[in-house]
Design a protein. Structure first.
Length: 317
């Protein structure tokens, strides 16, 4: 088991297993030490890569795992460059420190977004309400104008309906009368007798039909008004769903900035995460700079010197 762990450590760090096995225990300890440090860094960045892929790229679980694996692979290669360097120059150290600062800021942002998730959601709800109002303002104004026009038409129709209804109550029917006169004449054309009769007819007031039409018109206008009012609510809900579904990384950063800067505790937590990631990123570099030269390093240098001497001899005439 111990040999297997050493093999795995050599594979992970890039050390030569055969050389390490034949070197002192100090060389084996160095391999295990670098292995533990790399595994710690990989574990942290795998979690960050998984969270970023699932939260902002909206990938499924397998997509998050692939994202975490890619992030871990990148981190592994960066750390191996430092570990396998024979001498760490000031330029490479400065570049690694700069990269560590950038990655620590990015990692702190993502971790803070996970830590302050509930606070961000609360802030998002407040911002979302303002965004929804702004997004639907124009459409809502148009619908409100149509509703106001319908209200005026309904009011006018109700007024006319009341007037016709009152007229019908006073005159439910229309009575018309007409007179018939008949004249009887003799053979000479002289009027002998005349009769006169008066007839009356009762007709239904035609305004009753007008009243029914007004009633149907009012119902139609009210139904249209209800549909427009319902469309306003539907418009708000649809816009709210669209805005919530399109959560972007920059939106989250803006909301996170508002949450973090709103209190001293939030700033303290963010700085704590950033320092943690900075320390994690510089862990391997600090160990590489502070470790003393081991027999494994001298063995590599010895092999290099022998190879150089052989090449020099081959160049001699």
């Amino acid at each position: 088991m111990k040999d297997w762990w050493l093999k795995f450590g050599c594979f992970l760090t890039g050390f030569n297993y055969n050389l390490v096995k034949n070197s002192s225990e100090q060389s084996s300890k160095n391999v295990k030490k670098y292995t533990s440090a790399i595994l710690l860094i990989i574990l942290v960045w795998f979690f960050i890569g998984y969270s970023f892929a699932t939260r902002y790229l909206h990938l499924e679980t397998w997509g998050g795992i692939i994202g975490g694996a890619l992030m871990s692979f990148v981190i592994l290669q960066i750390e191996r460059i430092i570990i396998l360097s024979t001498k760490v120059s000031p330029w490479s150290s400065g570049f690694r420190i700069l990269l560590a600062v950038v990655m620590s800021i990015l990692g702190a942002f993502i971790m803070d977004q996970i830590t302050f998730k509930d606070d961000i959601e609360l802030r998002k709800a407040q911002v979302m309400d303002q965004r929804v109002k702004l997004a639907v303002k124009q459409s809502e104004d148009d619908l409100q104008k149509q509703i106001q026009d319908l209200d005026l038409m309904i009011e006018k129709a109700n007024k006319q309906y009341t007037e016709v209804s009152q007229d019908l109550k006073k005159n439910p029917v229309i009575i018309t009368s007409y007179t018939n006169r008949s004249v009887t004449k003799d053979t000479n054309g002289k009027e002998v007798n005349s009769t006169q009769s008066t007839n009356k007819s009762v007709l239904e007031n035609p305004k009753k039909l007008e009243l029914e039409q007004l009633h149907k018109q009012i119902e139609t206008l009210q139904n249209k008004k209800f549909e427009l009012a319902a469309s306003i609510t539907t418009l708000k809900e649809r816009k709210e769903r669209e805005l919530k579904a399109s959560t972007g990384f920059l939106d989250e950063l803006t909301l996170l900035h508002d949450v973090v800067t709103s209190s001293k505790i939030g700033i303290f937590v963010y700085l704590l995460f950033m320092l943690f990631f900075l320390a994690i990123e510089l862990f391997v570099l600090v160990m590489k700079l502070t470790d003393k030269e081991s027999d494994y390093d001298r063995l590599l240098q010895h092999q290099t010197d022998i190879r150089v001497q052989m090449l020099e001899k081959l160049r001699l005439p």
